[in-house]
Design a protein around this ligand. Structure first.
Ligand code: SF4
Length: 269
């Protein structure tokens, strides 16, 4: 496995980060190759240190000692067999924190089934409704179908949200959608699907923080070479409210900043 950062992370949803922070472990690589990736150095494997299963188990326990509210596995999919071993090892050593599986949503159901009983909180993206968008931006035309099947399995494993007395999530599913510029209609279809299929069984997190980075090929994808406007984001949020979504998170203020991307300098690895 390669890991680029293991540290307390304050920028997840409030019920995940809380005041103490989420114990985020950023794995190098990703099962998607989004052209606009906001964590490019990480997803394309340009950063990260090779570690053993035993070291990963130690990292989990170190984050617990630092006061993390949970262990947050970020882009973990391609290392699932080793992560399972490390989780089992750390739990035997006394790890009690909820385990968060933080993923692009491009998952295979049989892989998720292997995580049953080990993962408490699923934090998947639901990126695209249209195959064309999935193919154009992530080279994965089957993303919408894969994400729907994966989400069904996640909700089956964590069918109702559970919070502790501080409002920190102990169990549940939070689905994120990062609004892309010019894609409000597609985003609305996703929100409608999520709400009509799962209602208050899941939380929906609508994100406006999309930032075009230097790594984006602006000639090939000119439509993505700008931030999301306030009007676009408001249209999506209003739509969700009109639908009746109450279990959800929105972002306020100026979030589209590069500073939201943590430094991948091998902290805690
Ligand atoms: S799923 Fe996320 S981390 Fe992976 S390539 Fe896409 S934007 Fe980057």
């Amino acid at each position: 496995m390669r890991v680029a950062r293991a540290a307390l992370h304050m920028w997840e949803e409030p019920c995940i980060s809380g005041e103490e922070g989420s114990g985020a472990v950023f794995f190098t690589g990703c099962s998607l190759r989004c052209v606009y990736c906001q964590n490019y150095a990480l997803s394309r494997g340009e950063t990260g240190k090779e570690i053993s299963v035993k070291r990963l188990a130690e990292i989990f326990l170190e984050l617990s000692d630092q006061g993390a509210n949970n262990i947050n596995l970020v882009t973990p999919t391609h290392f699932v067999p080793q992560i399972i071993e490390a989780l089992e090892m750390a739990k035997e050593e006394g790890l009690k924190l909820p385990i968060v599986y933080n993923t692009s949503g491009y998952e295979r159901v049989e892989v998720l089934k292997r995580l049953k009983g080990l993962v408490d909180i699923y934090l998947p993206d639901f990126k695209y409704w249209e195959k064309e968008s999935a193919k154009r931006y992530s080279m994965a035309g089957d993303y919408p179908e894969a994400a729907k099947a994966a989400l069904r399995e996640m909700v089956d494993q964590a069918p109702a949200p559970v919070f502790d007395e501080r409002g920190i999530m102990r169990r549940g599913v939070i689905v994120r959608h990062l609004l892309l510029p010019g894609h409000v209609t597609e985003a609305k279809k996703i929100v409608e699907y999520l709400y009509k299929t799962y209602g208050d069984q899941i939380y929906v997190s609508l994100m406006n923080q999309y930032t075009p980075l230097d790594t984006l090929d602006a000639d090939a994808f000119p439509e993505l070479n700008r931030k999301v406007t306030k009007r676009e984001y408001d249209r999506l949020v209003d739509y969700a409210i009109d639908l009746g979504v109450e279990c959800g998170y929105i972002q306020e203020g100026e979030t589209a900043m590069k500073s939201f991307i943590p430094p991948f300098t091998l902290n805690g690895v």
